[in-house]
Design a protein around this ligand. Structure first.
Ligand SMILES: Cc1cc2nc3c(=O)[nH]c(=O)nc-3n(C[C@H](O)[C@H](O)[C@H](O)COP(=O)(O)OP(=O)(O)OC[C@H]3O[C@@H](n4cnc5c(N)ncnc54)[C@H](O)[C@@H]3O)c2cc1C
Length: 750
């Protein structure tokens, strides 16, 4: 047995997606970072030991343009490339590689933190160390650092050092939350074990072990949908322990869950109700996936209203988009739905003040243990959102060291710098524009070889589609929309009501406010162009939703792919999980994009647009927000397209940062919930080079040349000794499939 001491700048305890993202973010900013995880694999509930699929703000495609960027976005893209079928073992290595790639990051697997040292009075504690025991190696390690992050999910570190926390449900009066129970109650979302099955291609028997529960004695067969073809997280509803103590009673909860899984399998194999002769049980989880335990008290407690009203915070460090997703405390034995969900009409912000302890001055937290009420936690808890918080907390920890400040002081003095640092890393921020004084591109004149001047589809390959439901075409308006022409067919002469709607928030894409109504004549016959007046002149760039009211006699022509900045909404309820009850309050779920994902009625708009002009690549937002916020060229054909920056006087720079479009509307997922066909997002630029025009020269010098790119965010150090240059250009030679070049950000950092 050995004892050792490790000194670091930042210590992150817990290697779920919150902890992984926190540690990677801190290490990338040059901090000597330690990540400690008590399991042999990273990923927490997403790991192959538990096998929950990673969801985030897209909420299985319910929210629009909501997929995470930053570290989580990188892992999503990498997994999609390596593991489109969603093998949980392959996902483990996507996460592990993301960590191992960082030279400043020291990883301690199999190391359980069991003690922590702290000083100071109850209302001003300070963590001094954590101590871990490495299973199998018999090593006791004492870790010291000036700042610590508790990403353990259960919040053990904070508990050991006396961080104030909450357990269970708040009473309604405490935060005035409509969904909270009248009185506080110590109930949780329960824990879950999952199982995987396999078709052996020949009959195989199952003899139920003695511990299998007879589920006919429970409400399960009557109240839950059981399908023999389902496996893994399809069975999220095998949940229990919400009325116990999730941590104290962990062993009892695991035994109950396991006996129920064996009972469900016995029911599937031996009841005769299922086509399951060839199926065998391939794997049962042994580590209960925990949904909820401690939630620390920070300087802000995220509430139901913050989520549903989408409150804007000047310290917003990331966003979520999952519904407030609450489960009955009885879990699988409840007679009602397994979950009740209520969506906000767009993504909601998470403030930095929810990520640090109110009474432990050097403790940050990320993941399911942040400062939130039980209700708001119901929306913030999904793993890609946890990863977004982790990236923010790791970045904040690094800035705390730079400024010599506590997290609370960082909030008071440098929250703007925190948000700019996150934007520079292409993190998942909403509504934050680039104000980075080090980005020289912001002072340049921006031009391009070409640009998309109109928002319109191609008509080629379109297929007729009866207008049985109201359809909404989302169109970026910058600065004006006057007419929308539609290619329409009809059996007999008829009329069509065409409306223009807008949303109250720039990140929302729901028809909230009626701006204009027109009724147009549709002639009988095959498709012909019909022009509809759709006047909309927003003060700032905004999306219009052009709604075509249902008329089954009318046929739109559906085409693909979607032009940049365009989506199609369908006015029809859409719920693919019968174990969930989705509240129909709010507009988002009434106007889903899923039914016609990737397709749009053939249309063209007037007048010309600035929405895809070259200036959009330096205008500051890194994601759709009142428009696509990207430059899009004309189709490349055999040519290259370029985006150019010119300065009045020569500049010197150390690096170029590029952000390419990767269609953040597509809901990627780590496991087998659904499969997205593209292994590489086709919008991503594939081959490109960066050139500069040195001061006093008329010849472009290539400083970066890349072939086969499949990433969204690329950082290129410029060659040492490059000297001053008066222009820089990004030359796009090919994409991964999109017709045009799409660039979200072109930064030249001093
Ligand atoms: C069955 C189930 C279904 C769910 N459904 C979804 C879903 O479909 N999609 C989704 O995205 N989310 C889902 N969630 C929620 C989500 O899994 C959690 O909210 C999320 O995992 C929290 O992330 P985290 O990083 O905070 O914690 P965790 O994922 O819990 O990770 C914590 C990590 O810390 C480690 N750790 C804990 N204590 C210590 C210690 N003392 N020392 C060292 N390491 C420690 C753990 O081993 C783990 O690796 C579900 C959860 C469950 C249980």
């Amino acid at each position: 047995m050995r004892t050792q001491t490790i000194e670091a700048d930042i210590i992150v305890v817990g290697g779920g997606l919150a902890g992984v993202s926190a540690a990677v973010a801190a290490a990338r900013l040059g901090r000597r970072t330690v990540l400690i995880n008590n399991r042999p694999v990273l990923g927490g509930n997403s790991s192959s030991e538990v096998r929950v699929w990673v969801c985030g703000a897209t909420a299985h495609g319910n929210q629009r343009w909501a997929r995470e960027t930053g570290i989580m976005g990188e892992m999503f893209l990498e997994n999609q490339y390596r593991n489109p079928e969603g093998n949980p073992v392959y996902w483990d290595d996507v996460v592990l590689d993301t960590v191992r790639r960082e030279p400043n990051l020291q990883l301690f697997l199999n190391t359980e933190v069991i003690e922590a040292g702290a000083t100071g009075p109850d209302d001003d504690r300070r963590v001094t160390s954590v101590t871990g025991w490495t299973m199998g190696s018999e090593i006791r390690t004492v870790f010291h650092a000036p700042i610590f992050l508790d990403c353990t999910g259960d919040g053990l570190v904070g508990r050991l050092v006396g961080a104030r926390h909450r357990l269970g449900k708040e009473g309604r009066a405490e935060f005035d939350e409509a969904w909270a129970p009248e009185e506080p109650i110590r109930e949780f979302l329960g824990s879950t074990l999952l199982f995987y099955t396999k078709d052996l291609g020949h009959p195989v028997k199952f003899v139920a072990p003695e511990t299998a529960k007879d589920i006919s004695t429970t409400p399960i067969p009557a109240t839950r949908i059981i399908r023999s073809g389902d496996s893994g997280a399809h069975y999220w509803w095998i949940e229990w322990g919400g009325q116990l103590d999730i941590v104290d009673d962990n062993e009892r909860i695991r035994d109950e869950l396991r006996s129920v899984i064996l009972g469900i399998w016995d029911h599937i194999k031996n009841s005769g109700e299922f086509d399951a002769d060839n199926l065998t049980l391939e794997w049962i989880g042994n580590l209960p996936g925990k949904r909820e335990y401690r939630r620390f008290v920070g300087d802000h407690t995220l509430r139901q209203q913050d989520v549903l009203d989408q409150v804007e915070f000047d310290d917003g460090i990331g966003f979520g988009g999952w519904s407030i997703d609450l489960h009955p405390a009885e879990g699988m034995y409840a007679t009602g739905a397994g979950a009740v969900q209520r969506f906000s009409d767009g993504v909601f912000e998470i403030p930095f003040r929810s990520l640090y302890s109110a009474n432990v001055s050097n403790l940050l937290m990320a993941g399911r243990n942040i400062s939130a009420t039980h209700i708001a936690f119901g929306a913030a808890r999904v793993m890609a959102t946890c990863a977004v918080m982790g990236e923010a907390a790791g970045t904040a920890a690094s800035l705390c060291l730079s400024y010599g400040e506590s997290p609370r002081e960082l909030y008071a003095n440098h929250r703007r710098e925190l948000r700019q640092a996150l934007l520079r890393s292409d993190s998942s921020l909403i509504g934050v524009a680039n104000e980075d004084p080090q980005d020289l591109a912001r002072r340049a004149v921006v031009t391009a070889s070409s640009r998309r001047r109109t928002i319109a589809t191609d008509a080629g390959g379109a297929a007729p589609h009866p207008l049985a439901d109201d359809l909404g075409i989302v169109i970026p308006v910058h600065p004006a929309l006057e007419t929308t022409d539609l290619l329409l067919g009809a059996d007999e002469a008829t009329t069509l009501t065409v409306e223009v709607w807008s949303s109250s928030k720039r990140q929302n894409v729901v028809p909230e406010r009626l701006e204009h109504t027109a009724v147009v004549e549709v002639p009988a016959g095959a498709a012909s162009w019909v022009s509809a007046p759709t006047p909309f002149f927003p003060e700032t760039p905004q999306n219009a939703i052009v709604v075509l009211r249902a008329n089954p006699a009318v046929r739109v022509q559906l085409t693909s792919p979607l032009p940049a900045g365009v989506l199609t909404l369908v006015h029809r309820a859409d719920n693919d999980d019968e174990n969930v009850e989705i509240s129909d309050e709010g507009l988002l779920v009434k106007w889903p994009t899923k039914p016609l994902r990737g397709r749009v009625p053939v249309f063209r708009t007037a007048p010309e647009t600035e929405a895809l002009a070259p200036e959009r690549a330096v205008s500051g937002y890194n994601r759709p927000f009142g428009g696509p916020n990207m430059w899009a060229s004309e189709p490349l054909a055999d040519d290259t397209e370029w985006l150019r920056l010119d300065w009045d006087a020569p500049v010197e720079a150390r690096e170029v940062r590029l952000v390419f479009d990767d269609d953040v509307d597509v809901s990627l997922i780590t496991l087998h919930h659904h499969r997205t066909p593209d292994e590489i997002m086709p919008q991503l630029v594939r081959d490109y080079r960066v050139e500069v025009l040195p001061a006093g020269s008329e010849t472009w010098t290539t400083v970066v040349a890349v072939q086969g790119n499949r990433h969204r965010h690329r950082i290129h150090a410029l060659p040492a000794g490059l000297g001053a240059f008066r222009a820089a250009r990004l030359v796009v030679e090919a994409t991964n499939g999109a017709a045009e070049a799409r660039v979200i950000a072109f930064r030249v950092q001093a």
